[in-house]
Design a protein around this ligand. Structure first.
Ligand code: IMO
Ligand code: MG
Length: 425
């Protein structure tokens, strides 16, 4: 048995897509377990450069079964667009399956996402406006529509009529919107149904048979621990859990089956959207990192907020995920830095702490306490063995590993699949 969960350790955009794309060479199955097309997983491989939002990053290996798990919310329009983009680059999708238990993102979800954001005004979350929050709300409110429902037009029609009566009442009364036509939504989605049908399955027997055979299964997370609904900077969070614990629920695998949890962290910190970020660099250094690392959202194109590595938030993330190892990405961004800072504590109202606070009002008041490490001047992009990394780069990796109390097993430099090396293999 070998099940590995791969999760984001920060605020998303840690490089999960790249790490999955590299590791999937040794996998039999990749299952996406959370989020929706708010995710943007960038991979650069011999087929080209791709930003996947829904399809698991193992899709470039034809023999790897890729499953969009039950824990994902699926926008069929995005899915079909992604399939055709892959095909244009001669990447087949015969190995792509979609769980019939996954919930659908409907046009009223995307509409409500933007109307709700407008209504929040200055308190806007800065969502990706992909309808993620409203879709998960409906799932828990038991008025969601699932992929399996869409496969039967009579069932779909009945559910749609019931839900849209409620949505139209909300749209007109609260938002002054004219409402949406049930027929239009129905006709559009019935077309999607036929396009999606070859991929739709009950994913559980397939996953459970793979487990029984001892296949190598990777559970692909989306977003990051600090965007988790319970443990993130609530309410500036996403609406499904990115944590390793949810990898079981979002795929239908029991917690006893997961052997390894790899947390992906960037060598620095980024955040896109609103909400507190203790190590954010608002001046020149933040701009420098953003431009050098091209830190612009893969889903929305928004500039990402950049800052130093936050080892307090990182240690918290290691614990709530039960990480067994860490993959550290974008290390090359620090090539040429005189020195690099790591946050090793916070001062809140004068008191020192190493615990990540629950309330955003306290996170906002965190003044980071830094440890400063010497940088390195060498270019690390072409290095293919850990021992060849500059000594100060290895020191930086060791320091992070010690502070997080978790082994860094992989480091990655540059965007390409092969630019990833094992630490002390
Ligand atoms: P990947 O998988 C970075 C952020 C949004 C916003 C908040 C809520 O690429 O790491 P939502 O649309 O989910 O309701 O927005 O979460 N967010 C992400 N930030 N990477 C992501 O995914 C994200 N998915 C959502 O910017 O702040
Ligand atoms: Mg992203």
């Amino acid at each position: 048995m070998s099940v590995l969960a791969l999760v984001g350790g920060q605020w998303g955009d840690e490089g999960k897509g790249k790490v999955i794309d590299s590791l999937a060479a040794n996998a039999d199955m990749v299952v996406r377990y959370a989020g929706g097309d708010n995710a943007g997983h960038t991979t650069v491989n011999p087929h080209g450069t791709f930003r996947l939002h829904l399809i698991p990053s193992g899709i470039f290996y034809p023999e790897v079964t890729c499953i969009i798990g039950n824990g994902v919310v699926v926008n069929p329009a995005v899915l079909m667009r992604e399939i055709s983009e892959l095909r244009e680059h001669s990447v087949g999708t015969h190995n792509l399956l979609v769980s019939d238990r996954a919930h659908l993102i409907m046009p009223y979800h995307t509409l409500l996402d933007s109307l709700e954001e407008d209504r929040r005004g200055r308190g806007a979350i800065g969502t990706t406006q992909r309808g993620i929050g409203p879709a998960f709300v409906d799932k828990v409110a038991r008025i969601g529509i699932r992929v399996g429902d869409l496969m039967d037009s009579a069932v779909f029609r009945a559910r749609l009529e019931l839900v849209m009566e409620q949505k139209n009442a909300l749209l007109t009364s609260l938002y002054g919107h004219p409402g949406m036509s049930v027929d239009e939504v129905f006709n559009q989605y019935i077309e999607f149904a036929e396009q999606m049908r070859p991929h739709v399955v009950d994913s559980l027997p397939i996953i459970h048979q793979a487990l029984k055979r001892g296949d190598r299964i990777m559970l692909e997370g989306a977003q990051g621990a600090l965007l988790d609904t319970d443990f993130g900077t609530y309410p500036y969070v996403t609406s499904s859990s990115p944590l390793a614990g949810n990898a079981t629920l979002g795929s239908g695998i029991g917690p006893t089956q997961i052997e390894r949890v790899i947390g992906v962290f960037k060598a620095y910190a980024t955040r896109v959207g609103s909400g507190p970020m203790p190590t954010e660099l608002k001046g020149e250094m933040g701009d420098f990192i953003r431009e050098k690392a091209r830190e612009y959202g893969a889903t929305t194109g928004r500039p990402r907020r950049c800052g130093w590595f936050d080892a307090i938030a990182g240690m918290y993330s290691v614990r709530i995920n039960g990480m067994t190892e860490v993959a550290l990405t974008h290390l090359d961004i620090f090539d040429g830095f005189e020195s690099i800072k790591i946050c090793t504590g916070y001062r809140i109202d004068g008191a020192f702490t190493t615990e990540f606070p629950a309330q955003i009002e306290r996170v906002e008041r965190c003044e980071p306490v830094y440890e400063e490490l010497p940088g390195w001047q060498e270019c690390t992009e072409e290095i293919s063995e850990y021992s060849q990394l500059p000594v100060n780069a290895r020191k930086y990796v060791d320091t992070i590993s010690n502070l997080l109390d978790c082994r860094v097993s992989l480091v990655s430099m540059g965007p390409k699949r092969e630019q990833m090396i094992e630490v002390n293999p």
